[in-house]
Design a protein around this ligand. Structure first.
Ligand code: ADP
Ligand code: MG
Length: 570
């Protein structure tokens, strides 16, 4: 029993690890349907019922003894075993730290068996009437290990881990029906699905599904990769929707995260993460799952090959999406205007100074600003048709009709320019005819004063002018003509609401994102044709023209084929 409790420390970290072990046992037993019930974030009740093979009385009792796994018949099996668990210690470990009931029946048997265990001691074994399959009920987890119980996090945290554990199994086995109830509320009722894509839709909604690209199946070198990945722009602020499965088992490995990152390299804002649901099938001998009994970390014999296989699958999906519509449009447009330069001057050290020098003007990047805009016909096969309600622009491209949201486009343009500035890249500066001096409320003033160096790098010639006053002598050129006070107020407000005193990394990105949302074009949109052309040109010079900084689409395309179909012409 002591040994079990020690083992419990390894296997049973928290309620979510119990649920994970129980669900995996059910799947190992061939279950096609799971019922999961949780109360009190798992410390009151955890229950998993399945319609799997069930056990006879003898096996049921055996399963409560340590190392009583039925899954290994010879030592050689250890290397090739494909099932989830193969240590034979989950059930005894869980039973040693809870009030535990196992009810199980084989389909062919007339009656089932019920075993009641408390803190590792079997207190009753009896015949029981129950449906074929197995139910394991775990109550009062850690009731006899107060130190562990105390170690549990808040109910919300434990519940989030439970949800994640259930989602993981749901995604690993789309073909298994799964009902999940938490505190009497149905969280998921998932029918058995024919595909991962429909399981994702059932789990997270049709919208999430629509924001994903199907990866073409990539196979080679004994590795087969399939799954779904975010469309460019449809990314998230966290990694909560990244799931890697190897041979049906959820895993973590640095080669996998690297493969994903490398594929997405040019398409992600800092701090954004794509969703990914990927299944990798490979020789089980080339995966070592035994790094830690309860953890997901695995080792690959050929990590670089796995990384490359994943990267090519994701790249293929992204290439496909791009080719689908943006690429031709962009190619036609940029044929006539100077190509966008990705050249960014080297970052300057961000010295924190109270009287920063005014940033020295550098050459503005190509695409021209309003005033020097390209003509209406942007190229032979791409032209501006006009504005719709001043909100949208209508473009005709080689592939069809493109609708462009002016405000979203402007947000994207401002975002990339400001972000580049804040990150230390040079920006062109426009001096004001007369400096603007004004006061800000204390917190806002502090926010600006604390970020003078970053602001200077981003093209803001601003200094503290005693008390709560600021003096602004220059603005980045793309904000020229704006009211300097309004611009500084928006920035200060963005810094304050971001909660971070210094604009760095994630905080800087967040502040830029917020400020841009406030500074972008109002509903009015570009004034005239020249401004409209300039907007399109600048947009297509952006690194990520598809989406605004919040991931909303900037352009929608309606292909000729789609239009013809809608008009019944084909
Ligand atoms: P392991 O899964 O590593 O074998 P466990 O302690 O998780 O060890 O389970 C012990 C044994 O109990 C399993 O090998 C299996 O034979 C049996 N068992 C556990 N859960 C179930 C279930 N839901 N249905 C059928 N058999 C089960
Ligand atoms: Mg197990």
């Amino acid at each position: 029993m002591v040994a079990s409790q020690v083992a419990a420390g390894e296997v049973v970290e928290r309620p979510a690890s119990v649920i994970k072990e129980l669900m995996e046992n059910s799947l190992d037993a061939g279950a096609k349907s799971l019922e999961i019930e949780v109360r009190g974030a798992g410390s009151v009740l955890l229950r998993v019922s399945d319609d799997g093979s069930g056990m006879d009385r003898e096996d049921a009792l055996l399963s409560l003894e340590r190392h009583a796994t039925s899954k290994i018949t010879s030592a050689a099996d250890l290397a090739t075993v494909r099932s989830m668990g193969f240590r034979g210690e989950a059930l005894p470990s869980i039973a040693s730290v809870s009030e535990f009931v196992l009810r199980t029946r084989q389909a062919s048997a007339s009656a089932g068996t019920e075993a009641v265990v408390k803190g590792g001691k079997i207190v009753a074994v009896r015949e029981a009437g129950c449906a074929p399959g197995t139910t394991v009920e775990v109550r009062s987890l850690f009731f006899n290990v107060p130190a562990r119980r105390k170690f549990l996090r808040s109910a919300a945290t434990e519940a989030a881990h439970l949800d994640r554990a259930v989602e993981t199994v749901a995604l690993a086995f789309p073909g298994v029906a799964l009902h999940y109830r938490r505190d009497g509320r149905a969280v998921h009722r998932l029918p058995a699905s024919a595909s991962l894509a429909s399981r994702v839709a059932d789990l997270y909604g049709a919208e999430e599904r629509a924001a994903l690209l199907e990866m073409p199946e990539v196979a080679g070198k004994g590795i087969r990769v399939s799954g779904l990945v975010s469309r460019p722009g449809a990314t998230r602020a966290d990694r909560g929707r990244q799931f890697f499965f190897v041979n049906g088992r959820a895993v973590e490995n640095v080669f996998l995260s690297t493969g994903l990152r490398e594929a997405y390299r040019q398409m992600l804002e800092p701090g954004r993460h794509p969703s990914l649901f990927v299944h990798i099938a490979m020789d089980p001998q080339a995966v070592d799952c035994n790094v830690h009994p309860a953890k997901r970390e695995v080792r690959f014999r050929h990590g670089a090959e796995v990384r490359d296989a994943l990267r090519s699958a994701v790249e293929a999906a992204l290439r496909q999406a791009r080719a689908d519509w943006l690429q031709p449009v962009r190619a036609h447009l940029t044929a006539r205007v100077p190509p966008p330069t990705d050249h960014v001057p080297p970052a300057r050290p961000l010295r924190v100074a109270h009287q920063p020098e005014l940033p020295r003007p550098v050459m503005p990047e190509s695409p021209p600003d309003p005033g020097t805009a390209a003509p209406r016909v942007l190229s032979e096969e791409f032209r501006l048709v006009g504005a719709l309600s001043r909100r949208y622009l209508l473009l005709e491209g080689g592939e069809g009709l493109v609708l462009l949201d002016q405000r979203a486009a402007h947000q994207r343009i401002l975002f990339e320019r400001l972000q580049r500035g804040v990150a230390g890249g040079g920006v062109a500066v426009q001096r004001l005819l007369a400096p603007a001096v004004f006061e800000l409320p204390a917190r806002e003033h502090e926010a600006v004063a604390g970020n003078l160096a970053v602001l200077a790098a981003a093209g803001f010639g601003v200094e503290v002018f005693g008390g709560r006053a600021l003096k602004v002598e220059a603005l980045p050129d793309f904000l020229a003509g704006r009211d300097p006070q309004r611009v500084m107020e928006e920035f200060a407000a963005a810094c304050v609401s971001g909660g971070a005193p210094r604009l760095r990394g994630q905080a800087a990105e967040e502040a830029v994102r917020r400020a841009v949302a406030r500074l972008a074009l109002d509903e009015g949109g570009a004034k005239d044709e020249r401004e409209q052309c300039a907007l399109v040109t600048q947009l297509l010079a952006c690194r990520l023209p598809y989406c605004d900084p919040d991931g909303r689409p900037v352009m929608l395309q309606f292909s000729w084929r789609e239009l013809d179909r809608k008009f019944g012409r084909d």
